[in-house]
Design a protein around this ligand. Structure first.
Ligand code: 13P
Length: 258
């Protein structure tokens, strides 16, 4: 089985207004080499208010970075004050949408059922979900990582066909590693990502070979190469280090290190 093309995604969370976003993307584009784009896919996920500006820069400067969103609602339209529909994102050429990030689940009460509806809605709008999963420190210490993560994946993908699952992205982001400077060891991250692939294989057979599984949680230029070497890790979902184009570009060209 050949390894899948890695996807390195920058989740800006609630950082950078649209002016800053334009500068960030332009700086990033100077730092990424043509060879990087052959070796890895790259996406950036700015806040909603930046999307249109970032889309314009990416398209007018022909920068082959995919535009991503951080969240969406599952309905196409209606009385849902403050929400954004998947079709609205698709119209701006957003191609990837993060769904079920732990911050959405923990801080805003998103449930597995809602995450599942969002995954389906993103697919219906012909975009790719990045379905997030991950355990808390307490769950990890109690030996509950596998149960938590497999439960989130099964619930998030419930009702999908094999061909839908085959194209999507799963991000394993242990909650205790997000924004803390603590990273799972490459071996630990590999073990959980292999278990996730097995959950996909059990439910959707061949889709498991093509699903891309990212690791996220304090990924830095220094830690990316060893993580990316693991057979079941097909990319990274990067928060803090993606806010700085220099750091993010060094993660994107992780192959050149070590
Ligand atoms: P950090 O890289 O800041 O730990 O964030 C990870 C993350 O949550 C990306 O979605």
């Amino acid at each position: 089985m050949s390894k899948r093309k890695p996807l390195i995604s920058g989740n800006w969370k609630m950082h950078h207004n649209h002016f800053e976003a334009i500068q960030m993307v332009q700086k990033l584009s100077y730092l990424i080499n043509p060879g990087d784009y052959e070796a890895v896919d790259v996406s950036i996920h700015p806040p909603f208010t930046d999307l249109r500006s970032v889309q314009t820069v990416l398209e007018s400067d022909r920068i082959p970075v995919a535009l991503g969103a951080q969240n969406c609602h599952w309905e196409e339209k209606g009385a849902f004050t403050g929400e954004v529909a998947p079709t609205m994102l698709a119209k701006m050429n957003v191609s990837l949408v993060i769904v079920g990030h732990s911050e959405r689940r923990e801080l805003f009460g998103e449930t597995d059922q809602q995450v599942n509806k969002k995954v389906k809605a993103v697919l219906k709008a012909e975009m790719t979900p990045i379905l997030c999963c991950g355990e808390t420190l307490e769950e990890r210490e109690a030996g509950g990582t596998a149960d938590k993560v497999s439960g989130q994946i099964k619930a998030g993908l419930a009702g999908l066909k094999g061909e839908q699952v085959a194209g999507l992205v799963i991000a394993y982001e242990p909650i205790w590693a997000i924004g803390t400077g603590r990273t799972a060891t490459p071996e630990d991250a590999q073990a959980v990502c292999a278990a996730i692939r097995q959950v996909v294989a059990d439910g959707w057979k061949d889709a498991a070979d093509s699903v891309r599984i990212q690791y996220g949680g304090s990924v830095k230029p220094a830690t990316a190469p060893d993580l990316m070497r693991q057979p079941d890790i097909d990319g990274a979902l990067v928060g803090g280090a993606a806010l700085d184009p220099d750091e993010f570009s060094r993660i994107i060209n992780y192959r050149l290190v070590g």
